[in-house]
Design a protein around this ligand. Structure first.
Ligand SMILES: NC(=O)c1ccc[n+]([C@@H]2O[C@H](COP(=O)([O-])OP(=O)(O)OC[C@H]3O[C@@H](n4cnc5c(N)ncnc54)[C@H](OP(=O)(O)O)[C@@H]3O)[C@@H](O)[C@H]2O)c1
Length: 317
Protein backbone atom coordinates (compact mmCIF):
# COMPACT_ATOMS: atom_id res chain seq x y z
CA UNK A 1 0.00 0.00 0.00
CA UNK A 2 1.22 3.50 -0.80
CA UNK A 3 2.32 5.73 2.05
CA UNK A 4 1.07 9.22 2.84
CA UNK A 5 4.11 11.48 2.80
CA UNK A 6 4.45 15.20 3.52
CA UNK A 7 7.43 16.97 1.97
CA UNK A 8 7.96 20.56 3.09
CA UNK A 9 9.47 22.96 0.55
CA UNK A 10 8.68 20.51 -2.26
CA UNK A 11 8.44 23.10 -5.02
CA UNK A 12 12.15 23.13 -5.80
CA UNK A 13 15.50 21.36 -5.48
CA UNK A 14 15.83 18.08 -3.58
CA UNK A 15 12.30 18.29 -2.16
CA UNK A 16 10.74 18.59 -5.60
CA UNK A 17 12.76 15.72 -7.00
CA UNK A 18 11.91 13.57 -3.98
CA UNK A 19 8.20 14.39 -4.36
CA UNK A 20 8.48 13.31 -7.99
CA UNK A 21 10.19 10.03 -7.11
CA UNK A 22 7.77 9.26 -4.29
CA UNK A 23 4.78 9.95 -6.53
CA UNK A 24 6.41 7.73 -9.17
CA UNK A 25 6.48 4.89 -6.62
CA UNK A 26 2.75 5.28 -6.04
CA UNK A 27 2.76 7.11 -2.71
CA UNK A 28 0.39 9.93 -1.82
CA UNK A 29 2.50 13.08 -1.64
CA UNK A 30 1.54 16.31 0.08
CA UNK A 31 3.68 19.18 -1.12
CA UNK A 32 3.72 21.60 1.82
CA UNK A 33 4.91 24.88 0.36
CA UNK A 34 4.68 28.57 1.10
CA UNK A 35 3.91 29.53 -2.48
CA UNK A 36 0.87 27.64 -3.71
CA UNK A 37 1.47 29.03 -7.18
CA UNK A 38 5.03 27.68 -7.46
CA UNK A 39 3.99 24.40 -5.88
CA UNK A 40 1.02 23.97 -8.26
CA UNK A 41 3.33 24.37 -11.21
CA UNK A 42 5.61 21.65 -9.82
CA UNK A 43 2.61 19.44 -8.97
CA UNK A 44 1.23 19.61 -12.50
CA UNK A 45 4.55 18.42 -13.92
CA UNK A 46 4.82 15.61 -11.35
CA UNK A 47 1.28 14.35 -12.05
CA UNK A 48 1.83 14.54 -15.79
CA UNK A 49 5.16 12.69 -15.68
CA UNK A 50 4.25 10.03 -13.10
CA UNK A 51 0.56 9.55 -13.86
CA UNK A 52 -0.08 9.62 -10.09
CA UNK A 53 -3.00 11.95 -9.26
CA UNK A 54 -2.44 11.56 -5.51
CA UNK A 55 -0.23 14.62 -5.30
CA UNK A 56 -1.61 17.46 -3.25
CA UNK A 57 -0.46 21.01 -2.60
CA UNK A 58 -1.06 22.55 0.81
CA UNK A 59 0.10 25.97 1.93
CA UNK A 60 2.71 26.02 4.68
CA UNK A 61 5.21 28.60 5.85
CA UNK A 62 7.52 26.76 8.24
CA UNK A 63 8.75 30.02 9.77
CA UNK A 64 5.28 30.93 11.05
CA UNK A 65 3.57 29.34 14.03
CA UNK A 66 0.12 30.37 12.74
CA UNK A 67 0.76 28.86 9.33
CA UNK A 68 2.02 25.59 10.86
CA UNK A 69 -1.03 25.35 13.12
CA UNK A 70 -3.34 26.00 10.18
CA UNK A 71 -1.55 23.42 8.01
CA UNK A 72 -1.68 20.75 10.71
CA UNK A 73 -5.41 21.31 11.22
CA UNK A 74 -6.16 21.08 7.50
CA UNK A 75 -3.93 17.99 7.13
CA UNK A 76 -5.72 16.18 9.98
CA UNK A 77 -9.09 16.93 8.39
CA UNK A 78 -7.99 15.69 4.98
CA UNK A 79 -5.85 12.62 5.74
CA UNK A 80 -6.46 9.62 8.02
CA UNK A 81 -2.78 9.22 8.93
CA UNK A 82 0.73 10.39 8.18
CA UNK A 83 3.38 7.80 7.31
CA UNK A 84 6.38 10.06 6.68
CA UNK A 85 7.05 13.69 7.43
CA UNK A 86 10.05 15.08 5.56
CA UNK A 87 11.34 18.37 6.94
CA UNK A 88 13.10 19.51 3.79
CA UNK A 89 12.27 23.25 3.67
CA UNK A 90 15.08 25.45 4.86
CA UNK A 91 16.13 29.04 4.98
CA UNK A 92 19.62 29.73 3.66
CA UNK A 93 19.46 33.06 1.87
CA UNK A 94 23.22 33.47 1.96
CA UNK A 95 24.31 37.06 2.16
CA UNK A 96 21.12 38.33 3.72
CA UNK A 97 21.43 40.36 6.91
CA UNK A 98 20.23 39.02 10.26
CA UNK A 99 16.47 39.28 10.51
CA UNK A 100 13.55 38.02 12.52
CA UNK A 101 10.72 35.85 11.20
CA UNK A 102 6.99 36.53 11.63
CA UNK A 103 6.99 35.49 15.31
CA UNK A 104 10.10 37.40 16.32
CA UNK A 105 12.52 34.45 16.11
CA UNK A 106 15.68 34.67 13.99
CA UNK A 107 14.40 33.53 10.57
CA UNK A 108 16.90 30.69 9.95
CA UNK A 109 16.24 29.09 13.33
CA UNK A 110 12.48 29.67 13.02
CA UNK A 111 12.32 27.97 9.60
CA UNK A 112 14.86 25.17 10.08
CA UNK A 113 14.36 24.16 13.71
CA UNK A 114 11.28 25.58 15.44
CA UNK A 115 9.07 24.89 12.40
CA UNK A 116 10.00 21.19 12.15
CA UNK A 117 9.64 20.82 15.93
CA UNK A 118 6.15 22.33 16.03
CA UNK A 119 4.91 20.59 12.90
CA UNK A 120 6.06 17.20 14.25
CA UNK A 121 4.34 17.90 17.56
CA UNK A 122 1.07 18.92 15.92
CA UNK A 123 1.04 15.89 13.64
CA UNK A 124 1.85 13.32 16.32
CA UNK A 125 -1.62 11.79 16.36
CA UNK A 126 -1.55 11.43 12.56
CA UNK A 127 1.88 9.78 12.79
CA UNK A 128 0.71 7.44 15.53
CA UNK A 129 -2.07 6.28 13.20
CA UNK A 130 0.55 4.88 10.81
CA UNK A 131 1.88 1.33 11.06
CA UNK A 132 5.41 2.56 10.29
CA UNK A 133 5.70 6.28 11.07
CA UNK A 134 8.87 8.16 10.16
CA UNK A 135 10.19 11.70 10.44
CA UNK A 136 13.16 12.74 8.34
CA UNK A 137 15.15 15.92 8.96
CA UNK A 138 17.22 17.39 6.14
CA UNK A 139 20.59 18.23 7.65
CA UNK A 140 23.76 19.70 6.28
CA UNK A 141 27.50 19.06 6.24
CA UNK A 142 27.90 22.64 7.46
CA UNK A 143 27.71 21.21 11.00
CA UNK A 144 31.30 20.07 10.53
CA UNK A 145 32.25 23.57 11.74
CA UNK A 146 31.40 22.17 15.16
CA UNK A 147 34.52 20.03 14.99
CA UNK A 148 36.23 23.30 15.85
CA UNK A 149 36.26 23.33 19.68
CA UNK A 150 35.89 27.13 19.64
CA UNK A 151 32.57 26.97 17.81
CA UNK A 152 29.74 27.42 20.30
CA UNK A 153 26.03 26.73 19.90
CA UNK A 154 24.94 30.24 20.73
CA UNK A 155 21.33 30.83 21.71
CA UNK A 156 21.74 34.50 22.68
CA UNK A 157 20.62 35.96 19.36
CA UNK A 158 17.48 33.94 18.67
CA UNK A 159 15.04 36.64 19.75
CA UNK A 160 16.90 39.69 18.46
CA UNK A 161 20.37 41.16 18.82
CA UNK A 162 21.13 42.21 22.40
CA UNK A 163 22.80 45.63 22.65
CA UNK A 164 26.49 45.41 21.83
CA UNK A 165 26.25 41.88 20.41
CA UNK A 166 27.60 41.49 16.90
CA UNK A 167 25.34 40.05 14.21
CA UNK A 168 26.18 36.35 13.73
CA UNK A 169 27.26 35.67 10.14
CA UNK A 170 24.91 33.92 7.75
CA UNK A 171 27.08 30.80 7.95
CA UNK A 172 26.90 30.78 11.75
CA UNK A 173 23.12 31.18 11.66
CA UNK A 174 22.69 28.33 9.17
CA UNK A 175 25.27 26.17 10.94
CA UNK A 176 23.58 26.74 14.31
CA UNK A 177 20.20 25.79 12.88
CA UNK A 178 21.39 22.52 11.31
CA UNK A 179 23.36 21.51 14.44
CA UNK A 180 20.33 22.26 16.61
CA UNK A 181 18.21 20.20 14.21
CA UNK A 182 20.55 17.23 14.70
CA UNK A 183 20.26 17.56 18.47
CA UNK A 184 16.50 17.84 18.19
CA UNK A 185 16.50 14.68 16.04
CA UNK A 186 18.20 12.74 18.83
CA UNK A 187 15.94 14.20 21.53
CA UNK A 188 12.74 13.48 19.58
CA UNK A 189 13.90 9.99 18.57
CA UNK A 190 14.22 9.14 22.27
CA UNK A 191 10.94 10.78 23.19
CA UNK A 192 8.91 9.20 20.40
CA UNK A 193 10.44 5.73 20.47
CA UNK A 194 7.68 4.37 22.72
CA UNK A 195 5.12 5.52 20.12
CA UNK A 196 7.05 3.66 17.41
CA UNK A 197 7.86 6.92 15.56
CA UNK A 198 11.29 6.90 13.91
CA UNK A 199 13.17 10.21 13.70
CA UNK A 200 16.35 10.48 11.64
CA UNK A 201 18.69 13.09 10.14
CA UNK A 202 20.25 13.05 6.69
CA UNK A 203 23.63 14.79 6.53
CA UNK A 204 23.44 16.43 3.09
CA UNK A 205 26.87 17.13 1.66
CA UNK A 206 25.90 19.18 -1.37
CA UNK A 207 23.45 19.02 -4.22
CA UNK A 208 23.26 21.35 -7.20
CA UNK A 209 21.32 24.49 -6.32
CA UNK A 210 18.54 25.69 -8.57
CA UNK A 211 18.49 29.10 -10.30
CA UNK A 212 15.64 30.17 -8.02
CA UNK A 213 17.61 29.25 -4.92
CA UNK A 214 20.74 31.02 -6.08
CA UNK A 215 18.67 34.10 -6.97
CA UNK A 216 17.89 34.50 -3.23
CA UNK A 217 21.61 34.96 -2.41
CA UNK A 218 23.61 38.20 -2.38
CA UNK A 219 25.88 38.81 -5.38
CA UNK A 220 28.99 37.40 -3.65
CA UNK A 221 27.20 34.20 -2.65
CA UNK A 222 25.60 33.89 -6.11
CA UNK A 223 29.08 33.74 -7.63
CA UNK A 224 30.27 31.22 -5.02
CA UNK A 225 27.17 29.05 -5.54
CA UNK A 226 27.60 29.00 -9.32
CA UNK A 227 31.20 27.83 -8.93
CA UNK A 228 30.17 25.27 -6.29
CA UNK A 229 27.47 23.96 -8.60
CA UNK A 230 30.14 22.90 -11.09
CA UNK A 231 31.35 20.34 -8.55
CA UNK A 232 28.07 19.31 -6.94
CA UNK A 233 25.97 16.28 -7.84
CA UNK A 234 22.48 16.68 -9.22
CA UNK A 235 19.63 16.76 -6.70
CA UNK A 236 18.52 13.29 -7.85
CA UNK A 237 21.10 11.49 -5.72
CA UNK A 238 19.96 13.09 -2.49
CA UNK A 239 16.30 12.79 -3.50
CA UNK A 240 16.84 9.03 -3.78
CA UNK A 241 18.15 9.06 -0.23
CA UNK A 242 14.97 10.83 0.91
CA UNK A 243 12.90 8.16 -0.85
CA UNK A 244 14.84 5.32 0.79
CA UNK A 245 14.65 6.82 4.27
CA UNK A 246 11.01 7.81 3.85
CA UNK A 247 9.68 4.55 2.46
CA UNK A 248 12.41 1.94 2.10
CA UNK A 249 11.68 -1.33 3.90
CA UNK A 250 15.26 -1.62 5.17
CA UNK A 251 14.81 1.54 7.28
CA UNK A 252 11.60 0.42 9.00
CA UNK A 253 11.97 0.98 12.74
CA UNK A 254 15.44 2.56 12.46
CA UNK A 255 15.57 5.66 14.63
CA UNK A 256 17.90 8.26 16.12
CA UNK A 257 20.48 7.98 13.33
CA UNK A 258 22.50 10.63 11.53
CA UNK A 259 22.89 9.21 8.01
CA UNK A 260 25.55 10.20 5.52
CA UNK A 261 24.97 10.47 1.76
CA UNK A 262 25.62 6.73 1.38
CA UNK A 263 22.93 6.03 3.95
CA UNK A 264 25.47 4.74 6.44
CA UNK A 265 25.06 5.58 10.12
CA UNK A 266 27.54 8.26 11.16
CA UNK A 267 29.29 8.13 14.55
CA UNK A 268 30.19 10.95 16.92
CA UNK A 269 33.75 12.20 16.40
CA UNK A 270 35.55 14.04 19.17
CA UNK A 271 38.00 16.38 17.49
CA UNK A 272 38.87 17.95 20.84
CA UNK A 273 40.76 14.84 21.90
CA UNK A 274 41.67 13.58 18.41
CA UNK A 275 45.07 14.39 17.01
CA UNK A 276 46.60 14.72 13.53
CA UNK A 277 45.09 12.40 10.98
CA UNK A 278 42.03 11.65 13.11
CA UNK A 279 41.13 15.32 13.16
CA UNK A 280 41.49 15.51 9.41
CA UNK A 281 39.42 12.37 9.00
CA UNK A 282 36.57 13.88 11.00
CA UNK A 283 36.55 17.14 9.09
CA UNK A 284 36.91 15.74 5.59
CA UNK A 285 35.31 12.32 5.92
CA UNK A 286 31.69 11.24 5.82
CA UNK A 287 31.81 8.94 8.84
CA UNK A 288 31.47 11.36 11.74
CA UNK A 289 29.32 14.16 13.10
CA UNK A 290 30.53 16.49 15.87
CA UNK A 291 30.28 14.60 19.15
CA UNK A 292 28.73 17.62 20.90
CA UNK A 293 25.46 16.73 19.16
CA UNK A 294 25.30 13.78 21.59
CA UNK A 295 25.30 16.07 24.63
CA UNK A 296 21.94 15.28 26.24
CA UNK A 297 21.93 18.48 28.26
CA UNK A 298 22.29 20.53 25.07
CA UNK A 299 19.70 18.40 23.29
CA UNK A 300 17.18 19.10 26.03
CA UNK A 301 18.08 22.79 25.91
CA UNK A 302 17.31 22.85 22.17
CA UNK A 303 14.02 21.09 22.76
CA UNK A 304 12.96 23.49 25.52
CA UNK A 305 13.97 26.50 23.40
CA UNK A 306 11.79 25.11 20.60
CA UNK A 307 8.91 24.69 23.03
CA UNK A 308 9.29 28.29 24.13
CA UNK A 309 9.68 29.73 20.64
CA UNK A 310 6.87 27.70 19.11
CA UNK A 311 4.42 29.40 21.45
CA UNK A 312 4.35 32.17 18.81
CA UNK A 313 5.03 35.88 18.88
CA UNK A 314 5.91 37.34 22.28
CA UNK A 315 2.98 39.28 23.71
CA UNK A 316 3.46 42.96 24.51
CA UNK A 317 4.07 43.54 28.23
N1 LIG B 1 21.75 21.96 -1.95
C1 LIG B 1 22.74 21.75 -1.09
O1 LIG B 1 23.92 21.78 -1.45
C2 LIG B 1 22.43 21.45 0.35
C3 LIG B 1 23.52 21.20 1.23
C4 LIG B 1 23.25 20.92 2.55
C5 LIG B 1 21.94 20.87 3.00
N2 LIG B 1 20.91 21.11 2.13
C6 LIG B 1 19.54 21.04 2.67
O2 LIG B 1 18.71 20.34 1.76
C7 LIG B 1 17.37 20.81 1.85
C8 LIG B 1 16.84 21.17 0.46
O3 LIG B 1 17.69 22.14 -0.09
P1 LIG B 1 17.72 22.47 -1.66
O4 LIG B 1 19.13 22.55 -2.04
O5 LIG B 1 16.82 21.56 -2.39
O6 LIG B 1 17.17 23.97 -1.64
P2 LIG B 1 15.95 24.71 -2.39
O7 LIG B 1 15.83 24.24 -3.79
O8 LIG B 1 16.18 26.16 -2.17
O9 LIG B 1 14.70 24.24 -1.55
C9 LIG B 1 14.38 24.78 -0.33
C10 LIG B 1 12.89 24.79 -0.25
O10 LIG B 1 12.52 25.28 1.04
C11 LIG B 1 11.45 26.17 0.85
N3 LIG B 1 11.31 27.10 1.97
C12 LIG B 1 12.18 28.01 2.43
N4 LIG B 1 11.64 28.69 3.45
C13 LIG B 1 10.39 28.18 3.64
C14 LIG B 1 9.35 28.46 4.53
N5 LIG B 1 9.45 29.41 5.46
N6 LIG B 1 8.21 27.75 4.44
C15 LIG B 1 8.07 26.77 3.51
N7 LIG B 1 9.03 26.47 2.62
C16 LIG B 1 10.18 27.17 2.68
C17 LIG B 1 11.75 26.90 -0.44
O11 LIG B 1 10.56 27.51 -0.93
P3 LIG B 1 10.55 28.83 -1.86
O12 LIG B 1 10.73 28.32 -3.26
O13 LIG B 1 9.22 29.39 -1.58
O14 LIG B 1 11.67 29.69 -1.40
C18 LIG B 1 12.23 25.72 -1.28
O15 LIG B 1 11.10 25.05 -1.83
C19 LIG B 1 17.40 22.00 2.81
O16 LIG B 1 17.02 21.57 4.09
C20 LIG B 1 18.88 22.40 2.80
O17 LIG B 1 19.26 23.05 4.00
C21 LIG B 1 21.12 21.41 0.81
Amino acid sequence: MGRIIVVTGANSGIGKKAAHRLAGEGHTVVMACRSVERAEEARRAIVEETGNEQVDVMELDTSSVDSIRSFAGRFRERYPRLDTLIHNAAYFNHGEAYRLGPDGTEITFATNVVGPFLLTRLLLESLKASADPRVLNAGSNIIKHFFDPKMQLDFGTLRGLPVGVEEPSVYRRYCRSKMALLMLTFALARELESDGIAVNYLHINGARMSKQTIAKFSLKFRVIARVQNLFLRSVAYMANNYVELAAGERFRGVTGVCFNDRLEAMAPGNSETARGLDQLRFGLGRGHYPWRADDRGLQERVRSICEELSAGAPTAA
